[in-house]
Design a protein around this ligand. Structure first.
Ligand SMILES: CC(C)(COP(=O)(O)OP(=O)(O)OC[C@H]1O[C@@H](n2cnc3c(N)ncnc32)[C@H](O)[C@@H]1OP(=O)(O)O)[C@@H](O)C(=O)NCCC(=O)NCCS
Length: 205
């Protein structure tokens, strides 16, 4: 996938990010989360959430883009920089159990048809690079304990450090917190042939 680009999202990307978010939740969490949660997801609400997320100065939203297949695909909201097929959101670690110096990947999703091609690794590396630039060498991620994709984090060097409870739609789910004490190895490990742009704070919409 030589034409893949990892870059910081702009406001105009929020609509496609929302589609990746909602669609990937539905393909990943069926059977893991209450159906009512998945059926209640909304592209519009997700778009609004990501638009406001991008306004926070200590957080970053990264997107993986690929060229459109042809001139008409995804109109009318196509972006000049290609179709968003994955994203990652990162910033300071949330919750009191984490060190104030830890970073966190709040979300990382790749569309099902693009999984297994190295995009998740590139997004995670870019997130770790951004957090390192903020002085955060350690990084955590929370994953549903029953989510088989947790093996992705183990493959990329994270260690499970504790479990927490997440209440969603009246159901209590177990989450495993993974941690990299130092993301150096992850940040320097090999990536695919795509292009990762230097990640800086976005100042333009
Ligand atoms: C988890 C996710 C982000 C990984 O992205 P991806 O592009 O599919 O992963 P990559 O192709 O970059 O994989 C990187 C490495 O992790 C391994 N890996 C990825 N998913 C894996 C899995 N489910 N089980 C075991 N290993 C896995 C790959 O084999 C690869 O190892 P390699 O470099 O030795 O070949 C993506 O699959 C996804 O969006 N899954 C569904 C949503 C989800 O669960 N997100 C996490 C919520 S906390």
């Amino acid at each position: 996938m030589s034409s893949l680009t990892i870059r910081q999202a702009r406001k105009a990307d929020a609509r496609e990010v929302a589609h990746v978010h909602v669609d990937t939740w539905r393909t990943t969490y069926r059977g893991l989360m209450p159906d009512s949660v998945l059926e209640g997801l909304s592209y519009e609400r997700s778009q609004a959430k990501w638009e406001s997320f991008m306004e926070q100065s200590d957080r970053v939203l990264l997107v993986a883009g690929v060229p459109y297949n042809d001139e008409t695909e995804a109109a009318p909201y196509r972006q000049s920089e290609g179709r968003v097929v994955g994203f990652a959101a990162a910033g300071p670690a949330m919750g009191t159990a984490s060190s104030a110096r830890d970073g966190e990947v709040y979300a990382i999703y790749v569309l099902k048809s693009y999984q297994g091609q190295g995009i998740g690794r590139m997004l995670l590396q870019a997130a770790a690079g951004y957090l390192y630039g903020q002085g955060r060498e350690a990084m955590i991620v929370r994953v549903l304990s029953d989510n088989p994709y947790r093996a992705f984090y183990e493959r990329l060097g994270a260690t499970p450090v504790r479990t927490e409870e997440l209440e969603i739609a009246g159901v209590v789910l177990a989450e495993t917190v993974y941690r990299w004490a130092d993301t150096g190895t992850l940040r320097r490990s090999r990536t695919g042939p795509g292009c990762v742009r230097p990640i800086q704070r976005n100042t333009s919409g």
